[in-house]
Write a protein that binds this ligand. Structure first.
Ligand code: ATP
Length: 417
């Protein structure tokens, strides 16, 4: 983990937030390479749901909702983490994570678990004394429930259908840490799948398997991805699974039944049921939720791709840059002009994220690109000026292949399919 944290800072993936003021615990910023990789990841997720599946639409909701939302969801009362404090070193631990009643750090005795509300508050309004208490959303999914009726009324979608959203969530985590694994501001990606109660089991199993398949398409080492079956269940859930990486939660597959829509219907006084257009049956749809963390997936992908010698074997689809273009030397204008032409063509005509490097020697440039996971490096050398060929070097095999400049388009577009 230390090596990944250091790589992230050094090469512009992730920086600690407000670092010049000593940082702010649980907050991180994405740098130039990090934002590219995170956007690639989010685009793939979005496309997979909305284009590669039927009957799924997206929304983009706000971070602050009506305060009653968090009463209906139960968060103002129960969004709490039972914590135990060590009587000796005063470190606090989530009770769920503890194996015994002794402090994992110093062996001291722990207090009885106490509850802490982790919903992050704010205020709306400008007049002191008349401000309204509001909350930054503790989970992104609530905005989907709030817009379920709007989506039904404004589109031609019918049950079973899904609404997806990628958005920020905020939690006053008492023990933020492990880099971006547990933050106070983070991003979630959720599917809420609305189904007839009689089909709940089928769809739960479908989405559970489907989500694992998606993660398999991105990760190299599938043996590190496992399902964790929850034994302790909330009262409305028949089953619950986590998709874990190295035994840590990345995404939850939840059986939410009619709990959320039922509660919002009760608290808002609005009918949130659905009438089947064919049978006229009226019911509140049941919900299968898949709720994952964008940042956690990002971190786990780095851990999966990291190879000791400084290689990042990122899936080309999520790598910040796909191609690096080099002139063999930077003081030969013909080489530089030719290489610039290829670089601009890849970037501007083919929209392939590419990067230019003319510093140091070729070996150092390869090393620098391997470290950030760039899958291919194109070098323009003296032979290029004679026969219009270049070398393409593959990150994973370190093999160089000589090919005609005219074949580069199809070579890269095929690889990135
Ligand atoms: P945990 O048990 O680790 O606190 P959770 O079960 O409370 O997680 P959910 O409420 O199910 O998490 O949220 C769905 C996903 O959001 C999680 O699987 C995780 O990937 C992500 N997530 C939750 N809390 C955080 C956090 N503090 N920082 C980063 N990602 C988070």
């Amino acid at each position: 983990m230390e090596k990944i944290v250091s790589l992230c800072k050094r090469r512009g993936f992730i920086y600690p937030n407000s670092e010049i003021y000593g940082g702010l615990q649980g907050f991180y910023d994405y740098g130039p390479l990090g934002v590219e990789m995170k956007n690639n990841l989010k685009r793939l997720w979005w496309k997979w749901f909305t284009m590669e599946h039927e009957n799924i639409v997206g929304i983009d909701g706000t971070i602050i909702d009506h305060p009653r939302v968090w009463e209906a969801s139960g968060h103002t009362q129960s969004f709490v983490d039972p914590l135990s404090e060590c009587k000796k070193c005063h470190h606090r631990f989530k009770s769920d994570d503890l194996q015994s009643n002794l402090c994992p750090d110093c062996g001291g005795e722990l207090t009885e678990p106490k509850n802490f509300n982790i919903l992050m508050g704010t205020e709306l309004g400008v007049i002191e004394g008349e401000k309204t208490k509001a909350y930054l959303r503790g989970e992104a999914c609530q905005t989907i429930y709030l817009n379920y009726k709007n989506v039904l009324d404004s589109t031609r979608i019918k049950v079973p259908f899904g609404i997806v959203q990628i958005g920020k969530a905020f939690r006053n985590e008492v023990t933020p840490g492990n880099f971006i694994f547990r933050q106070r501001e983070f991003e979630q990606w959720d599917l809420q799948w609305f189904t007839h109660p009689s089909e709940m089991d089928k769809w739960f199993e479908f989405w559970k398997e489907e989500r694992m398949k998606w993660y398999h398409s991105l990760f190299n080492d599938h043996s590190r991805l496992t399902f964790y079956k929850h034994e302790k269940l909330v009262h409305y859930a028949k089953k619950a699974f986590d998709i874990q990486f190295d035994g840590k939660e990345m995404e939850g597959i939840h059986w939410r039944q009619d709990w959320d829509l039922g509660r919002h219907s009760q608290y808002s006084g609005q009918q949130l049921d659905y009438t089947d257009p064919e049978t006229n049956e009226k019911y509140i749809p049941w919900i299968v939720e898949t709720s994952g963390g964008v940042d956690r997936t990002f971190l786990f992908l780095l851990m999966d791709a990291y190879i000791e010698e400084g290689d990042l074997r990122l899936n080309p689809k999520i790598a910040p840059y796909k191609v690096a273009v080099f002139p063999l030397v930077k003081n030969k204008p013909e080489l530089v002009a030719k290489a610039q032409g290829i670089y601009k063509h890849l970037k501007l005509d083919l929209s392939i994220p590419s990067v230019w490097d003319d510093r140091g020697n070729i070996g150092k440039r390869y090393y620098a690109q391997d470290e950030v996971g760039t899958p291919w490096c194109v070098t323009v050398d003296y032979q290029t000026l004679e026969d219009n060929t270049v070398t393409v070097r593959d990150r994973d095999t370190a093999k160089q292949e000589r090919m005609a400049v005219s074949t580069l388009d199809s070579y890269f577009t095929d690889k990135l399919k």
